[in-house]
Design a protein around this ligand. Structure first.
Ligand code: ZN
Length: 314
């Protein structure tokens, strides 16, 4: 029998793994010393983290050929012997992330080596966030920051590290669809510098049903299997799950790169969209300001017209 998962169980598991795994322990310890600065982007609080260990992820080659040539680090057979896991939901495993962004950071792969696709997994995501209350569970689409787009996985980090909850409290939520007697409500978010939707729910299956309608209305870029998106899900003090859906239209900003003074090594994913930008290079950390972040949001997220088109299709 798998152990019932809750915050205490995963917190204890993290400490046990740090005790027995030196590389992970060093990487988590290094987080205490990373530089952080705080910005305000049109009323949205944003933190910028200088995290040199994340160079591996930010510059990850995720094209089909590179993926084929590397051993998948999320498959049980390729994981280091010291890395243990907690079973969850029948076919997922909770692992600590040895290259953390959060003070408490987990990766939760499916047990099968199957593509990173969200179709049919929203109820899992909401249930996982409920079991791990205190953590924000997030999902990066295959071209939206996932460094293993060939192996389905969620991640989770302690919620108090992100700023999305504070941003949403100040934002204006316009309800669009309701499931059942209000077990789940889909809203569009207004008043933030990036466009997003929210599903507010007390029922994982109701959230899945509403998400399916939104998913069907979102644009699918040519060559992609799904609409591009970042997702974040956390449970509020009122015991409601909030699923934040940030549709995307581009993988990386136009100024992504390592060469030239105008380039920056920024590969934004859910955490960045959730208000914490990760810069593996110090020069980028120093340069990143509210104007550049606004430009990242403008280039990567949907326009107001695209959001209107989605709403018209619902
Ligand atoms: Zn794999």
């Amino acid at each position: 029998m798998a152990e019932k998962i809750n915050k205490e169980v995963v917190d204890r598991f993290l400490l046990e793994q740090l005790d027995e795994w030196e590389q992970a322990r060093n990487n988590f310890a290094a987080l205490a010393g990373v530089k952080v600065k705080e910005l305000d982007v049109d009323g949205m609080p944003v933190k910028v983290q200088f995290n040199p260990a994340r160079i591996v992820s930010s510059s990850a080659k995720v094209d089909a050929k590179s993926l084929k040539e590397r051993k998948c680090f999320l498959c049980a057979a390729n994981r280091p012997a010291v890395q243990r896991g907690l079973e969850w939901g029948g076919h997922y495993t909770i692992l600590i992330n040895p290259f953390p962004i959060f003070p408490r950071h987990f990766t939760i792969p499916d047990n099968g080596h199957v593509d990173q696709l969200i179709d049919g997994r929203i109820a899992d995501m909401v249930s996982l966030a409920a079991d791990m209350k205190g953590y924000t569970v997030f999902y990066n689409g295959p071209k939206c920051g996932a460094s293993a787009p060939d192996h389905m996985h969620f991640q989770a980090g302690n919620s108090d590290f992100l700023t999305i909850d504070a941003a949403l409290e100040k934002a204006d939520l316009q309800p669009l669809l309701v499931d059942g007697d209000g077990e789940a409500v889909l809203s569009v978010v207004q008043g933030l510098p990036l466009n997003m939707f929210v599903i507010d729910t007390t029922d994982a299956d109701a959230a899945q049903r509403l998400f399916n309608k939104l998913y069907a209305a979102m644009p699918v870029p040519e060559g992609e299997k799904e609409p591009m998106m970042n997702l974040l899900c956390y449970v509020t003090e009122e015991d409601e799950a909030l699923l934040v859906i940030i549709p995307r239209r581009a993988h990386r900003p136009s100024f992504y790169g390592t060469e030239g003074d105008d380039c920056m090594l920024l590969s934004p994913a859910s955490v960045d969209m959730g208000g914490v930008f990760i810069t593996p290079l110090e020069k980028d950390f120093n340069k990143l300001d509210a104007d550049l972040i606004r430009r990242v949001y403008d280039e990567l997220c949907l326009t107001d017209e695209q959001v209107e088109e989605i709403i018209d299709k619902l």
